[in-house]
Design a protein around this ligand. Structure first.
Ligand code: NAP
Length: 270
């Protein structure tokens, strides 16, 4: 099993992924650079980006000159780069933009509809061998998609990054990943701001004197996931990193879980 401590999850490869990261989708240019720099000042050590966010260069400027080994940087390859040589090239370009020698975690952003899983995983194996990435993983993969990968490749799959928030339960994939020691990262953990309006979450939040955003992130962490909320202000950055001083009771975890809402924000088949 991957080991979960108060602040990190130890991946199959031995790397430790901080449970709270900064999501950077839709942050660009100087704003992205400033937000990442502020996040680092606050104490964030886990930054999530992707080649298609158009901000790797800005993230690279923000992390430059810091202690690289204290950071956990995730990036993602487009499915259009799932062929072996394309994956190697895409990763090298991400490393150049990020001004770093290696990624802590490299994910295939979505399943490829055209490239065989074996080929992409062979690319991941080469990237690991050359120490260009420390761990490999997936994003937007269902249980059957992960099963397929596990059946054709020995590359240790360390992570699945999926849409997960209190308005969308993911019990099936959480159970599967737990059984296969695959960590889960919850993307859009605030349902893009929708959790803030939810009455049940607001009620639970009032009990703890916390905000609905903080309760949603805490809920995900207690459900076993890492979280990567995006924040566009220092105020939100601070709030999302300030989750250590409370713990939801079993009843409150269940209360939120039992909302039974199936609010899906992102649908790759849409
Ligand atoms: P999100 O983190 O669920 O929500 C972001 C929204 O919540 C923004 O409007 C933000 O406003 C607001 N917010 C943040 N902190 C808040 C707080 N403490 N109080 C009130 N409002 C707050 O949405 P997301 O950007 O979709 O997802 C997060 C990250 O997941 C992305 O940035 C990306 O890294 C990753 N992601 C991955 C995939 C994938 O396919 N793998 C897909 C989507 C997202 P401000 O901007 O004003 O702070």
């Amino acid at each position: 099993m991957e080991q979960v401590t108060k602040n990190t999850i130890t991946l199959k490869t031995g790397s430790r992924m901080p449970l709270i990261g900064l999501g950077t989708w839709q942050l660009t240019g100087d704003h992205a650079e400033n937000i990442v720099a502020n996040a680092l000042d606050i104490g964030y050590r886990h930054i999530d980006t992707a080649e298609n966010y158009g901000n790797e260069d800005a993230v690279g400027r923000a992390i430059k000159g810091g202690d690289r080994r204290s950071l956990f940087i995730t990036s993602k390859a487009e499915p259009s780069h799932a062929r072996l040589n394309d994956l190697l090239d895409a990763c090298r370009r991400s490393l150049d933009r990020l001004r770093t020698d290696y990624l802590d975690l490299y994910l295939l952003h979505w399943p490829s509809k055209t490239v065989q899983e074996e080929e992409t995983m062979e690319g991941m194996a080469i990237l690991m061998e050359h120490r260009l990435i420390r761990s490999a993983g997936l994003s937007n993969f269902s249980v059957s998609g992960i099963r397929k990968i596990l059946s054709v490749s020995d590359v240790p799959i360390c992570n699945d990054q999926i849409e997960y928030h209190p308005l969308r339960n993911r019990d099936d994939i959480m159970a599967f990943c737990r059984d296969h020691s695959i960590s889960v990262t919850a993307y859009s953990p605030l349902a893009n701001g929708e959790v803030l309006k939810n009455e049940r979450i607001r009620r639970v939040a009032a009990k703890y004197g916390k905000s609905p955003a903080q309760v949603s992130l805490r809920w995900l962490i207690q459900m076993g996931a890492a979280v990567i909320p995006k924040a566009g202000s220092v105020e939100h950055l601070k709030a999302n990193f300030d989750l250590d001083d409370f713990e939801l009771t079993h009843e409150d975890l269940e209360d939120i879980h039992d909302m039974g809402i199936e609010r899906r924000l992102i649908d790759m088949n849409a």
